[in-house]
Ligand binder design. Structure first.
Ligand code: FMN
Ligand code: SF4
Length: 463
């Protein structure tokens, strides 16, 4: 076959230097391996004429030099699913022998490492992600240069975050100390959930540099001292309760060096009528955040129920860093210079920032209103309308992101739009898009588009 080949994520295969053959890396949690698996690896390498078997830095055995047409068969012979060797996910959980085998071990690195592997191996994230678990401060699993590291001490686990050993190495910073297994697992869970909200493809260490370790600790419920404080008992939080808090759907706009940007925000509320004051919560990674910080002004345009979903997708699922969101949009500059959207907006307010509150990944900008007016009559779009009638979703970077219930029973396979997170459920179909309830995803015509963000069918993945 001609042409240079690329990694095959679907087959857990990494293209080699020859751009023709692949390496696969069978999943061996913590490098632990039974004689039976070792035999299978050796037999398969022989059968498919592998160029080498290579022990990797992540305690795995790579079978190198496999032809593309043999990939399915070799995984079948190994009796394994393709492992997550590449891609934006938790790649490897490296752990040392800990108290199970090592005389120096202070904590059970194998036990917690196995649990972490079960929970997170292959879990999709904004960037590649590595975890290291060392049973004592000798750190044989290189915990200080992993995105999350655990280090066993007499008093429990020390959890460190933000390390990496890539081209620009970084040493992790301490998140908490003296934790039990359950506390450490809980903190890792919350750290990973927070990281999922991060939209840029950057390692956790870079994120910590941006938001600051203390802000991250506060966000995660860890006191700026040592052990977990006011630990949130997540079992007591039914997130469904949040869905009864209602909001509207707005465009928060701002300006920098004469350039406008805006984003969808639902977290807008009027704080006071005298002085007239409004607030909005904006993700620190967003371009709009950068603009508001720089100019100290922002506008809020209140959208009507009739606003088309592609219009919302333009402002709510794309970043002004990648596109000019104002192309083909009717708007004017307000007296503060912030953009006021005229398309689909019922009214607007514009404000000067008078105070900022940092809340983890978000800043609440409080602004004194400078001008406000009605553009046209109509019904403002509420958040409930957006979800229930428009079937809208929001990206994980939004403060009120709602996770889809993927466990609900339905007939047929569920697919998710990789761009906006919209879930295609065959039981519901997409009647507005001409797809009858009961239609399997594979039977939808190729020219069908995501009803939320308008991308093609090929952007959907099976859940
Ligand atoms: C319905 C909806 C509500 C949203 N609410 C907020 C919000 O309140 N705050 C926020 O920071 N992002 C929110 N977002 C996400 C931003 O609009 C999104 O991250 C946007 O791409 C940022 O664009 P920017 O980088 O050009 O500023 C929301 C998105 C949607 C679709
Ligand atoms: S980190 Fe400590 S417990 Fe783990 S292998 Fe090294 S010396 Fe042993």
């Amino acid at each position: 076959m001609s042409g240079k080949k690329k990694d095959r994520l679907d087959k857990g295969a990494i293209v080699q230097k020859d751009r023709e053959t692949f390496a696969i890396v069978p999943h061996l949690p913590g490098g632990l391996c039974s004689p039976e698996i070792l035999h299978k690896i050796a037999d398969s390498a022989e059968k498919y004429n592998a160029a080498a078997i290579k022990a990797t830095g992540a305690q795995r055995l790579a079978i190198v030099g496999i032809k593309e047409e043999d990939l399915d068969n070799i995984w079948q012979d190994l009796g394994m699913k393709p492992a997550a060797a590449v891609g934006m996910c938790v790649r490897s959980i490296k752990f040392c022998p800990g108290t199970t085998f090592c005389r120096l071990g202070q904590q059970d690195a194998v036990g917690i490492g196995m649990k972490l592997d079960e929970l997170y191996h292959g879990c999709e994230l904004p960037s590649k992600f590595k975890i290291g678990v060392s049973g004592c401060t000798n750190c044989c699993a290189e915990s200080w240069v992993k995105d999350i590291g655990l280090i066993g001490t007499k008093k429990g686990w020390k959890v460190v975050a933000g390390g990496n050993a890539a081209s620009r190495p970084m040493i992790a910073q301490v998140l908490a100390e003296g934790l039990t297994d359950d506390e450490a697992l809980d903190l890792i869970k919350r750290t990973i959930e927070r990281f999922k909200k991060y939209t840029k493809p950057m390692r956790l260490g870079k994120l910590i540099l941006e938001v600051g370790i203390d802000a991250l600790k506060r966000e995660l419920g860890v006191e700026t001292g040592t052990a977990l404080s006011e630990k949130i008992d997540t079992s007591k939080i039914n997130e469904k309760s949040f869905s009864n808090i209602n909001y509207g759907v707005y465009i928060a706009g701002s300006v920098k060096n004469g350039k406008s940007n805006g984003q969808i925000a639902n977290t807008v509320f009027q704080v006071s009528d005298d002085p007239p004051t409004i607030a909005v919560s904006i993700n620190k990674n967003n371009l709009t955040h950068e603009y508001i910080k720089e100019s100290g002004v922002f506008s809020i345009s209140i959208l009507s129920e009739e606003t088309p979903m592609p219009f919302i997708a333009n402002f709510g699922f794309k970043s002004g860093r990648d596109i000019n969101k104002f192309e083909n949009i009717e708007y004017k500059s307000g007296i503060t210079g912030a953009p006021i959207i005229l398309d689909n907006a019922l009214s607007f307010v514009e404000a000067k920032v008078v105070s900022e509150i940092s809340v983890g990944f978000y800043t609440i900008f409080v602004g004194q209103i400078q001008s406000a007016d009605v553009i046209r009559q109509g019904s403002p779009m509420t958040y409930a309308y957006y979800h229930n009638v428009k079937k809208g979703t929001e990206p994980p970077s939004a403060p009120t992101h709602r996770k889809e219930d993927l466990n609900k029973k339905t007939k047929g396979d569920i697919y998710r739009c990789e761009v906006c997170g919209y879930i295609y459920d065959p039981a519901e179909g997409d009647p507005d898009g001409g797809i009858e309830p009961g239609t399997d995803f594979k039977d939808i015509p190729d020219n069908w588009e995501c009803p939320v963000c308008g991308v093609k069918k090929s952007n959907f993945v099976k859940v």
